[in-house]
Design a protein around this ligand. Structure first.
Ligand SMILES: [Zn+2]
Length: 74
């Protein structure tokens, strides 16, 4: 298991809606704070001087290696 980069291992994410702040359970790791490296997840990052968006569906990548990395669920 590796730390869920969406919620940073917390199991929840803080979301901001207008002036309100709310807590939402993390849908990437299902509030576990960890994700399974053998499962496939939808991930994106930006690359190149144009910051073009790369889209990837597969096992979780290392967030440190990618610019503007996001993971958005299975
Ligand atoms: Zn999570």
């Amino acid at each position: 298991m590796i730390i869920c980069s969406h919620c940073k291992g917390n199991g929840y994410v803080k979301i901001r809606f207008e002036a309100e702040q709310a807590i939402e359970q993390c849908k990437v790791c299902h509030s576990q704070g960890e994700i399974n490296e053998n499962k496939y997840y939808h991930q994106t990052w930006t690359e190149g001087t144009e910051d073009s968006i790369a889209i990837y569906y597969g096992p979780p990548l290392d967030p440190e290696s990618f610019k503007n990395y996001t993971i958005s669920g299975e």
